[in-house]
Design a protein around this ligand. Structure first.
Ligand code: ADP
Length: 163
């Protein structure tokens, strides 16, 4: 059984993330989507909200599990019996950080490979922060995010406008 872990902030999860999850399933038997729980970072959405949105977005997908992690990623991946960590690559600007992380993780846990999936052409420009910018300005992001996120973003917009 080939298991992979797909870690991220998912703040919030977008259709670009979902595309990576679906494509990872073509190569791996199980995908563990690992939502980063880092109390030092100040995310747009709380940890509980991010978990809920990811869970709802993958609810129809068999072989996809949603969990949280907050320690060393390689330790978490090893605890799942994973042979790979999945990351998505968009622009060249993603490369330097991802390269550094992949080499560091390989040094700590050589048995776990980092596998990069190139972004789908429809999602190359898409990021969680772009989604947040558009949503905060009142734009329509329904084509960019799963329905569960779109619903949550509407409540954020209302709350922020009400301030
Ligand atoms: P992190 O804070 O760990 O970068 P993100 O939630 O921003 O968490 O991203 C998780 C992973 O998904 C990263 O590897 C990122 O490059 C990838 N990713 C994000 N958006 C896209 C997209 N539109 N297409 C492909 N990969 C993406």
């Amino acid at each position: 059984m080939k298991i992979c872990v797909y870690p991220g902030s998912f703040d919030p999860i977008t259709n670009g993330h979902l595309d990576i999850i679906k494509r990872a399933l073509k190569t791996f038997d199980e995908v563990y989507v690992a939502v980063l729980h880092n109390p030092e970072k100040e995310p747009n959405f709380s940890f509980a909200q991010r978990m809920k949105m990811v869970k709802e977005s993958v609810s129809g997908m068999k072989k996809v599990f949603v969990e949280s992690f907050d320690g060393l990623l390689v330790d978490y991946a090893a605890s799942k019996g994973a042979c790979a960590i999945i990351r998505g690559l968009r622009a060249v600007s993603d490369f330097e950080f991802e390269f550094q992380m992949a080499l560091t993780n390989a040094k700590m846990q050589p048995r776990i490979e980092t596998v990069f999936l190139m972004t789908g052409y429809k999602y190359s420009y898409l990021s969680s922060s772009l989604v947040m910018q558009i949503a905060r300005l009142g734009g329509d992001v329904s084509d960019l995010v799963p329905a569960a996120v779109n619903k949550e973003l509407k409540t954020i917009k209302k709350t922020e406008r009400g301030k």
